[in-house]
Design a protein around this ligand. Structure first.
Ligand code: GLA
Length: 364
């Protein structure tokens, strides 16, 4: 049995695919996979969440079906493509990471599948290689052009810590979270239909920004290589919308670096202020927030004991992440839930999670 966690991102949103910095933590919600070998080359998947069974024949060519099983099939294909000959397996899959809520249930099923398929075949692989293959499965088989943050933290998260990840070098630093503070996740319970198409549009806008900046800055490879001063000096050469997208990414990278320094000195007020700035930038410059996320963040800021609140993940619905003093968590939960339900008619889900350990085999 193997399990891999979902994640929240404390700060550093829409920076991973710009070679930038992110600060996620794994959460105490998982996808679990029990695996048993088969003598043929078939994968028999059963999801208890969907009460569905799917058969995948590794001997035949496999096409995406726009179905939960694509995440497993995609990882199997990428492993085989990388030269790892897989044995058949029966896989029983169950997850408690809320789906479609921006908490990376997809990365969790990919990473758990990768571990299960490898070990079931008596194979071992470097964790970083597995992370890259899982992302490749999502990019090339599932068809979502995501960055590497989710798969990385699902695989490499550490209990009690956030990771500060450099998405270019893939080097990471562990940041211990202060003991008297809790990670509180508020699910707006909405996911707007444009989330996936807008994600790809934002990526294209960042690429367009790089293309235009290259004219006067020939060594730029990604928005990571541009400072705010350099961007501002070229504002007149960029369409307004492209300028704002670049402004978000470049300012967000700077905020992650400052947030890591703030955590190092346990300056949670400063960390919370950076979270607020991040949300503002995502809402106004990157335009990936929505009314429900903005409301959830505003309601959180009205509660006692809250250091910071912002949307987390891709946006257009899903969850906010809140840093709350542990002794204020109960009041926070009821205060936010009541006010959100009163305004929207929807009951939010509110979770408290420790920063959890990354994917692993589950031993008795
Ligand atoms: C999704 C993607 C990540 C990242 C975030 C935004 O979660 O999977 O790679 O781009 O959106 O920060």
């Amino acid at each position: 049995m193997y399990r891999a966690p979902g994640r929240v991102n404390l700060i550093g949103e829409h920076t991973d695919y710009n070679d930038g910095f992110v600060m996620p933590a794994a959460i105490d919600f998982y996808v679990w996979i029990a695996a048993a070998p088969r003598s043929d080359r078939k994968l028999l998947l059963h999801s208890t969440n969907f009460s569905e069974t799917v058969e995948i024949d590794l001997q035949k060519s496999i096409a995406p079906r726009h179905h939960w099983s694509d995440y497993v099939a995609g990882v199997a294909i990428m492993l085989e493509r990388a030269g790892h000959h897989l044995q058949g397996a029966n896989l029983l899959i169950q997850g408690d990471v809320p789906m479609g809520s921006g908490l990376s249930s997809s990365a969790a099923i990919e990473v758990a599948s990768g571990l299960a398929l490898l070990e079931n075949s008596g194979l071992h692989m470097d964790r970083l290689e597995l992370v890259k293959l899982c992302r490749q499965a999502e990019n090339e088989f599932v068809g979502a052009r995501v960055g590497i943050m989710d798969q990385f933290v699902s695989s490499c998260g550490q209990a009690g810590h956030a990771l500060m990840l450099d998405c270019r070098s893939l080097e990471h630093r562990l940041l211990p979270l202060p003991r008297d503070v809790s990670l509180v996740i508020c699910n707006t319970m909405v996911k707007h239909a444009l989330a996936n198409s807008e994600y790809n549009t934002r990526r294209a806008e960042c690429e367009e920004g790089v293309r235009l900046l290259l004219r006067s800055m020939p060594s730029v490879r990604a928005l990571r290589d541009v400072t705010l001063t350099e961007l501002e000096a070229r504002a007149g050469n960029l369409p307004k919308i492209i300028y704002r997208r670049c402004h978000h990414v470049i300012s967000e990278n700077a905020r992650v670096t400052k947030a890591a320094a703030a955590l190092d000195r346990e300056d949670l007020d400063n960390f919370g202020w950076l979270m607020a700035e991040s949300h503002r930038s995502l809402r106004d410059d990157y335009e990936v927030s929505c009314a429900e996320l903005d409301l959830m963040v505003d309601l959180a800021r009205q509660q006692q004991g809250v250091y910071g609140a912002r949307m987390t993940g891709g946006g257009f619905g899903g969850c906010t992440i809140n840093l709350v003093r542990t002794d204020a968590v109960n009041d926070f939960q009821s205060g936010v839930a009541d006010a959100y339900q009163k305004s929207t008619g929807r009951a939010p889900q509110i979770f408290v999670s420790p920063a959890a350990e990354g994917a692993a085999e589950v031993k008795k």
